[in-house]
Every structure is written in C-alpha cells, then in structure tokens.
Design a protein around this ligand. Structure first.
Ligand SMILES: CC(=O)SCCNC(=O)CCNC(=O)[C@H](O)C(C)(C)COP(=O)(O)OP(=O)(O)OC[C@H]1O[C@@H](n2cnc3c(N)ncnc32)[C@H](O)[C@@H]1OP(=O)(O)O
Length: 225
C-alpha cells in the first residue's frame, strides 16, 4: 500500500496513523485546518488544510477522516465521498472484528476492541481502545464508542452518539441520535435523541442538542477535535 492522507492531526489522528502503518500504509500525510501554524504532528508532516486535501486527492491511495467531533467527521466523509475519494476503514491488528460484522466506510477499530457477529456500524464509526460491541447491534453513522465502553447484544445506537469511556449498555436498549452517555454510566433503558445521561443507572443531565438532534453550532472545520 502506498500513501494515506489523514484529515485531523490531533491525538485521535495519531492513533489513526499508528493503525494505518500497522495495516501496511507506507507513507502517512496529515491535513488539518491548523496548517500553516502547525506543519507536523509528531514526526508526520501536515501537508495543508482540508481544502488542500480536496485538491490533492489524486496523490493518495487512501483517505481517512480522524476528526473527533462526530458530526464534523461525517460531514467531511460526505464531502470526500462526493469527490470520489478512496475512503478506507482501519482495523488495528489487535482488534477483533467478526467476519460477520459490517463496518461502514471510514470506520476505525482500535487495539483491543471487539465487534461481534452481525453487528452493523455506519460510516465514520469509532470503536475505540478496548471497547466491546455485542452481537446484532446497530450503530448509526458517526457513533463513537469510547475506550473501555461495553454494549451488550441487540443494542441500537443513533447517529452521532457518544458512548463515554467505560460506559455500559444492557441488551436490547435503543439509544437515540446525538446522545452523550457519560463516562462510567450504566444504561438500562432507552435514551431519547439529544439527551446527555450519566450515572448508574443512567439519568438525563441536560440537553446539548435541539429536538432534531442537531448540534447547536456545527461547523465543517477540519480541526481535530
Ligand atoms: C481516547 C479518548 O480520550 S476518548 C474520550 C473519552 N472521554 C469521555 O468519554 C468523556 C465522557 N464525558 C463525560 O462523562 C462528561 O462529564 C459529560 C459529557 C457526561 C458531561 O460533561 P458536562 O456537560 O461538561 O458536565 P459537567 O462537567 O458540567 O458536570 C455536570 C454535572 O454532572 C456530573 N457529571 C459529569 N459527568 C459525569 C459522569 N460521567 N458521571 C456522573 N456524573 C457526572 C458532574 O459531577 C456535575 O454534577 P454537579 O452539577 O452535581 O456538580
């Protein structure tokens, strides 16, 4: 494999680059709207902004969006797909993804995670370090299952939802779109669109999204957060 472009040069981008190299990508270039103030991340070069990536797509065998913000990540995936960019998914060699699971374009499965049989993940999903996703789950686009979180079987997670670090969700629960599940929460029942829930059992904190699940101030900036 030859050259991979990664959009988003923050900490998440560095994890993506590590996975990519372990998967055989020989050269990794970053793009980030922090350019030209930032021209490297660790030893990897930042070649330009998101706009420059769109101009340079022909140079790359693969493109990956490593923006932590769930909606911004999906917005960029859609822009890149419209340009016929060669969007790839990345699976760390120490991740265990069932042959019967389906991963949408631009998905990341980080070291130690497990995705079990007949689970389907939408585009731009992140299954982070050591997270587990049980059988027959359905994850919408842009979902992030943070490190060490556990979803039991038959869990449905709406688009752009963030399952916080170390959270747990029991079987057959439906979680809405644009939800925040706090670190360490235990979800034992349905969660409505846009809710932020914390604790054991998980209870709503307050809404950060409007009733449609839209973020209050979305942008398409290619910054890494
Ligand atoms: C590789 C990586 O790094 S991936 C990143 C992984 N990180 C995560 O998953 C972070 C998850 N985020 C959280 O848990 C956050 O605390 C959130 C999103 C739930 C809440 O954040 P905010 O809206 O900023 O809430 P804020 O910090 O103001 O706290 C509000 C109240 O909720 C409480 N609270 C916040 N988070 C939690 C939590 N996880 N569990 C229990 N209570 C919580 C606070 O103690 C506070 O209570 P108080 O009003 O009685 O003082």
């Amino acid at each position: 494999m030859s050259m991979l472009a990664i959009l988003g040069a923050g900490g998440h981008g560095k994890v993506v680059a590590d996975c990519a190299e372990l998967q055989g990508w020989e050269t990794v270039h970053f793009y980030d709207d922090a350019w030209p103030d930032r021209v490297t991340t660790e030893h990897w070069p930042i070649q330009g902004s998101g706009r420059h990536l769109l101009q340079n797509l022909r140079h790359y065998g693969g493109v990956f969006v490593a923006i932590g913000n769930n909606r911004r990540r999906c917005s960029w995936l859609q822009v890149l797909a419209a340009q016929r960019a060669p969007i790839v998914s990345l699976i760390h060699p120490a991740a265990m993804v069932s042959r019967y699971a389906e991963l949408g374009m631009g998905t990341l499965a980080v070291a130690g995670c497990i995705v079990n049989a007949f689970t389907r993940c939408g585009e731009g999903t992140i299954i982070n370090t050591g997270a587990t996703v049980g059988h027959d789950c359905l994850l919408g686009q842009g979902v992030h299952v943070a490190p060490g979180a556990n979803l039991a079987g038959h869990v449905v997670v709406g688009a752009y939802t963030w399952v916080g670090i170390g959270a747990r969700v029991i079987q057959c629960v439906t979680i809405g779109k644009g939800v925040f599940i706090g670190a360490g929460a235990t979800v034992i029942g349905s969660v409505r669109d846009g809710e932020k829930v914390v604790g054991t059992p998980a209870r709503p904190l307050r809404d950060t999204f409007d009733a449609t699940g839209e973020e209050l101030s979305p942008t398409l900036a290619a910054s890494s957060s």
